[in-house]
Design a protein around this ligand. Structure first.
Ligand SMILES: [Zn+2]
Length: 531
């Protein structure tokens, strides 16, 4: 089933990659921008952000906010830093070490593992010593008959679940979890396919709880195996030292704009998120967005492009919460948003991470009815009802522009149906056509190994050029462009209906696509910029 789907997608992608054709206005924008997105500049942002575990309200997050706004200001854009109330607490840590009490052998530490301490872990009072107890998988029966009060509990259940069972229910002082998504590595070490699978782990969190004042760690297969090996020989004690800090807001975001000259109240919005510790997730989205914003600014300053008719808005913030705050704080501006692009995990060096570049499409019929030609990623399907679908030109225009870039560079471009989870979800909820630029599966997603060596400057340039071209085009299109977009949509509809015939679509699905494309063609009427 999966193999069939992949073959069909490849056929579709290759067919489309062979014949890119974009409207004249998009081609002019592409030529003005294609050599102006600076990959080294984007990579500089990735490296800067990689120094910190960014969480809204913490000093590392705020350093990224200040760094990005400083770079924008230096390039002649006029960024605003907007503040809104922080939900919960900001958090960071200085020390998070677990070692064997007898030998002193260090199992987990900030120096080695960087993100192994769970978010919301409280400080221990200096170095403390406690028994280590293994609950294996951490199913309810695994806790029975074990002395967990005052212990550190090791298990492969999620950190939050171990914390609930061991700390809240049974008085443990902390937990060590090895839970990891199957697409990062298999459970069974004999099935490992790369040496780094012994050392990889996914960072996590435990609930903020002022009464329990507990801690959690995430551990690699190697660290957990070492502990389990010693436990086989009998009872074992560990030393734990945690020094962490909590912060009260505010939550902050950077907003920069290139004002529209004809319809400034109409906007094309692009968003990348600052929080999380990863280089690709989402240092790369932040770096790509910065480099493309500056490329647009420079192309306009050099008169390679006229200023856009609509306003281009660039936002760097706290994923989803920042977008929601911006939409709520600026209801008039929110009403004028025409299209939105999310940039999350845009920099993957796919030779190391796996999965290709993906456009996660605005929800179309493939998000409602599973289609062999449109497989979901390992991230999983979102919940979309047929009644929610509203066709627009966004998916096909952005895909065509990405494929225009691919024609020049051999970039691999694929799409996936709407799944949701990043900033585009917030704009979707506000009724705004929006899509996500990302890469998946990334076998370092949310792990200790999502570092700058997994990030590719040229991949960021590809994404940056494509998003800048699409955004500028949507902000500047004229009537002739609109006619070209209509033709592009007619071709896309014919291709889609032919494909669906080949993959035995029901009448209901064919009708859903016809309705989608009728609405998409209708959306072209509002494309030319008018006062
Ligand atoms: Zn992300």
């Amino acid at each position: 089933m999966r193999a069939v789907a992949v073959a069909l997608t490849a056929a579709l992608t290759l067919g489309a990659q062979a014949s890119p054709s974009i409207p004249g206005g998009a081609e002019r924008a592409y030529r003005a921008l294609k050599d102006r997105v600076d990959g080294a500049q984007a990579m500089g942002v990735v490296r800067f952000m990689d120094a910190d575990w960014r969480l809204a309200g913490n000093p590392g997050f705020n350093r990224s906010v200040d760094h990005i706004s400083g770079l924008l200001r230096g390039a002649g854009l006029e960024p605003r830093v907007e503040e809104f109330p922080l939900r919960g607490k900001g958090w960071d840590y200085e020390t998070g070490t677990v070692s064997f009490a007898d030998s002193g052998e260090v199992l987990l530490s900030k120096a080695r593992d960087r993100v192994s301490l769970c978010i919301n872990s409280f400080s221990t009072d200096g170095e403390i010593e406690a028994p280590l107890v293994d609950v294996g998988a951490g199913r309810p029966a695994d806790y029975e008959g074990k002395a967990l009060k005052g212990a550190v509990v090791l298990g492969s259940a999620a950190a939050g679940s171990l914390w609930q069972q061991a700390v809240k229910q049974r008085g443990a002082i902390g937990v060590i979890s090895t839970s990891i998504a199957a697409y990062i590595r298999p459970e069974d070490p004999s099935a490992f396919t790369a040496p780094d699978q012994q050392d990889v782990f996914q960072w996590g969190s435990v609930p903020y709880d002022e009464t329990a004042k507990a801690f959690g760690f995430k551990a690699s297969w190697r660290a957990a195996s070492r502990m389990r090996e010693r436990l086989k020989a009998g009872p074992l004690r560990v030393k734990v030292n945690v020094r962490s800090s909590f912060y009260d807001g505010p939550n902050r975001m950077v907003v920069a704009e290139i004002p529209g000259t004809i319809a400034p109240d109409q906007r094309i919005v692009m968003v990348a998120h600052i929080q999380e510790p990863g280089a690709n997730d989402d240092g790369s989205g932040c770096g790509t967005l910065l480099a493309l914003a500056i490329a647009l600014q420079k192309a306009i300053a050099a008169k390679a492009l006229p200023p856009p008719g609509r306003t281009l808005t660039f936002i760097w913030g706290d994923e989803n919460r920042g977008s929601r705050a911006w939409l709520t704080a600026h209801p008039d501006q929110a009403k004028g948003v025409q299209y939105m692009f999310s940039l999350d995990m845009t920099g993957e060096d796919t030779s190391k991470t796996g999965g290709t570049f993906l456009i996660e499409k605005q929800a179309d019929p493939s998000a409602v009815w599973p289609r062999p030609s449109d497989p979901h990623t390992a991230w999983g399907a979102g919940q979309v009802k047929a009644s929610e679908l509203k066709g627009s030109l966004l998916n096909d225009v952005h895909l065509a522009i990405c494929l225009r870039r691919a024609k020049d560079t051999g970039w691999i471009v694929r799409t996936n149906p709407y799944e949701g989870g990043s900033d585009h979800t917030e704009f979707k909820s506000a009724g705004i056509p929006s899509l996500l630029n990302w890469h998946f599966t990334d076998r370092f997603y949310h792990t200790n190994l999502d570092r700058p060596d997994k990030t590719s400057p040229s991949e960021m340039v590809n994404v940056g050029v494509a998003v800048a071209t699409s955004a500028y085009f949507l902000a500047s299109a004229d009537r002739e462009d609109a006619r070209a977009v209509t033709a592009l949509l007619e071709r896309a509809e014919a291709d889609r209906l032919a494909l669906e015939q080949r993959q035995d679509a029901t009448a209901e699905i064919l009708d859903a696509w016809r309705k989608w494309y009728a609405e998409a063609r209708e959306s072209v009427t509002a494309l030319p910029v008018t006062r």
